[in-house]
Write a protein that binds this ligand. Structure first.
Ligand SMILES: [Zn+2]
Ligand SMILES: [Zn+2]
Length: 274
């Protein structure tokens, strides 16, 4: 089982990514929540190029991938779950839940620590909110995230299967909860009891600093309820709420790849209106 996962990890992840990406993109096209401001092409080309760069860098610098790390941890018999008596099903379930909790805290730290915020603001500087926003992360943030994930897997002793499920869940979750898709209020209410919905995560992309410090969850919605960072609705309507970072409104920063990559190094200032 474990060697099968290791051999097929990239294929599984790529297949899941392509299926979920096209499903959400189609959904956005058929039933969008917000009106799009500009043509998609340039923004999508830049956000997708950033994802490709990140994928290549991850393969280059972390060829082992998170599942490979989980296998080494198991062989070494380190990590909490390898030290206690626990059924395999319970170990997998618990690991997926706790890994998601760890990512929630990583996200909070990304907003709290100035150095990390420099990297994470690349994600927030996207002037719109759609499926490609879920792929828009600076390579430095991806690297920090990979190291943090490795340490969490080691500390937990998370099983290989749990790490695979978690990676699939996190990637699919990021595409879904950034989708510019119309869900009825009823479905949204039911879903957000367990998972982060686009209406919940959109609030986190508000230009308002109070709102962007709410709703940090990526896959499970529970952590925001539990740790007091939940905001159910935006101050403005979902359709009208301003999204992005006012300091990085110009297309050279907000949209084009070279500018997007330079955001951690540039302290732009909010433009005052005449
Ligand atoms: Zn954030
Ligand atoms: Zn986001």
């Amino acid at each position: 089982m474990e060697s099968w996962i290791l051999q097929n990890e990239s294929t599984l992840r790529l297949t899941a990514f392509v299926l979920v990406f096209f499903a959400i993109a189609m959904w956005e096209w058929l039933s969008p929540k917000r009106k799009r401001l500009k043509s998609l092409t340039i923004r999508w080309a830049n956000n997708l190029s950033l994802m490709l760069i990140n994928t290549l860098l991850i393969r280059l610098f972390f060829p082992m991938a998170a599942v490979g790390i989980a296998l080494i941890i198991k062989k070494q018999q380190i990590g909490l779950l390898n030290l206690i008596e626990i059924s395999p099903v319970a170990a997998v379930t618990l690991s997926v839940i706790l890994l998601d909790c760890a990512i929630y805290w990583q996200h909070r730290l990304m907003h709290k620590i100035p150095l990390l915020w420099r990297m994470h603001r690349v994600h927030h500087a996207d002037p719109e909110f759609d499926v490609t926003t879920g792929l828009r992360f600076h390579p430095f943030e991806i690297a920090v995230s990979m190291i943090y994930k490795t340490l969490t897997i080691a500390l937990l002793g998370a099983p290989v299967l749990a790490v695979l499920i978690f990676e699939l869940l996190l990637n699919a979750g990021s595409l879904f909860n950034h989708g510019n898709i119309n869900l009825t209020a009823k479905i949204d209410t039911v879903l957000r009891r367990v998972i982060v919905t686009p209406d919940m995560h959109r609030i986190h992309h508000s230009t308002d600093a109070i709102e962007s410090n709410r709703n940090f969850g990526f896959a499970l919605s529970w952590w925001d309820y539990l740790f007091g960072s939940y905001q159910p609705t935006p101050t403005e309507t979902h359709e009208k709420m301003p999204i992005g970072l006012d300091e990085y409104r110009e297309p050279k920063h907000a949209v084009f790849l070279t500018g997007v990559l330079s955001i951690p190094f540039i302290n732009a200032h909010k433009k005052t209106r005449d």
